[in-house]
Design a binder for this molecule. Structure first.
Ligand SMILES: Cc1ncc(COP(=O)(O)O)c(C=O)c1O
Length: 396
């Protein structure tokens, strides 16, 4: 079964009692038992729920494994993975521009209980090799990274990490299983902010954690019930609805992102464009090898002042200023004050997260409209500059 067929048919048969072709939402907290302890596989909806179970099966099918656990948010999924494995003295490697919430949970929740967090340029294999020790529990990578969209070589990092006995966790939120299959490349665990492309419509917050090996998955599954951050049946249903069009949406997001990257690249008011599909992107060749596309995100540094960046981001017609990404409606984000604000300014500077960096999540709108909106914004910056130029002495 090919990807788009799986997304529509896998684990989604018609409902047996009525023939409804869309699975119902099992909005129930508990289940009737025939006699004490005798149930039909469901006893309480924190532990298991038929709607959630269907979503988990679809997610597992799309990532090519058998085990998936759905959570109430991406961070809840990450927390379960971290809590399942990290003990005082353990070390974790994370990318320099890891998602701000991942940085925060590791540094504010796990570091105080003795976990050592090593933040390195994971796109540099030498740096990964140097950072790995016998205490490394996880090489935790995002690829493409957020927001610079750097590419981490999953196969090469998995080889290095496995040689040291570490597990490889891939945050596959940006690429999605449509563009990237991390388990095939050696990853042990995948986490998702399902909130983003998988659900795809900016109307739900959810997460997921998946593993290839049942023994690796078991403690994560245990924590799903034991710590209880589960999504509601309705949220799971929304995600299943969204997943059916994942392939169509990802192709459109990518097409829009590429059109934008090509127009911004070389524009006089743009210092730098980050899009893995550009041939001069540092991870372009690895992306070609390990992904089946370049994803739907574009970031760029505006060649201007903070005030200009803020004005540009706040006044777009189609790019709504907001956190998050991956929905059908375009979003623009200023990482320094929004998604990555939890990283101190000096650290952000060291990490190469410029205060003039803007992250775009083109939606499924028409590419020409999106490009026009951005070009209008750049023209506004240029004309504002001209009007503010001090009048020269000769002109007085
Ligand atoms: C790459 C990445 N991973 C994880 C998360 C956290 O997911 P959630 O916001 O669903 O908790 C995000 C959120 O923006 C993200 O961008």
């Amino acid at each position: 079964m090919k990807f788009s067929t799986k997304a529509i048919h896998a684990s989604q048969p018609s409902e047996p009692e009525t023939g409804a072709i869309v699975a119902p939402i099992f909005q129930t907290s508990t289940y009737e038992q025939e006699s004490p302890g005798q149930d039909k596989g469901f006893s309480y909806s924190r532990t298991n729920n038929p709607t959630r179970q269907r979503l988990e099966s679809v997610l597992a099918e799309l990532e090519g494994v058998e085990y998936a656990a759905a959570f109430a948010s991406g961070i809840a999924a990450e927390n379960a993975v971290l809590q399942a494995y990290l003990r005082p003295g353990d070390e974790v490697i994370i990318p320099l521009d890891v998602y701000g919430g991942t940085y925060r949970i590791l540094n504010k929740v796990f570091q105080p209980i003795g976990v050592v967090v090593k933040q390195i340029e994971t796109a540099d294999l030498k740096a990964v090799e140097t950072a790995l020790t016998s205490r490394t529990r996880f090489a935790w990578i995002e690829t493409p990274t957020n927001p610079r969209l750097l590419i981490n070589d999953i196969a090469a990092i998995s080889k290095l990490a496995h040689a040291r006995g570490a597990l490889v966790v891939v945050d596959n939120t940006f690429a999605t299983p449509f563009f990237q299959q991390p388990f095939e490349l050696g990853a042990d665990i995948i986490v998702h902010s399902v909130t983003k492309y998988l659900a795809g419509h900016s109307d739900t917050v959810q997460g997921a954690a998946l593993a290839k090996d049942p023994a690796v998955f078991e403690p994560i599954k245990f924590l799903q019930n034991a710590t209880g951050a589960v999504p509601s049946p309705f949220d799971c249903w929304l995600t299943m609805r969204g997943l059916k069009t994942l392939e169509l949406r990802m192709l459109r997001h990518q097409e829009n992102a590429a059109a934008i990257a090509n127009v911004l690249n070389g524009h006089e008011l743009v210092r730098r464009v980050y899009f893995p599909g550009l041939p001069d992107h540092p991870g372009h060749e690895i992306a070609r090898r390990q992904m089946s596309g370049f994803g739907g995100m574009v970031s760029f540094e505006l060649n201007g002042t903070i005030d200009e960046v803020v004005a540009f981001a706040s006044s777009r017609r189609y790019f709504t200023l907001g956190e998050s990404l991956g929905g059908v409606k375009a979003l623009i984000c200023h990482p320094a004050t929004m998604t990555h604000a939890s990283i101190p300014a000096e650290t952000r500077a060291q990490l190469g997260l410029s205060d003039t960096l803007l992250r775009l999540s083109p939606g499924c709108e028409n590419a020409e409209d999106l490009v026009e909106d951005l070009l209008e914004g750049l023209a506004e910056v240029a004309s504002l500059r001209k009007s503010q130029k001090p009048v020269s002495a000769s002109a007085r």
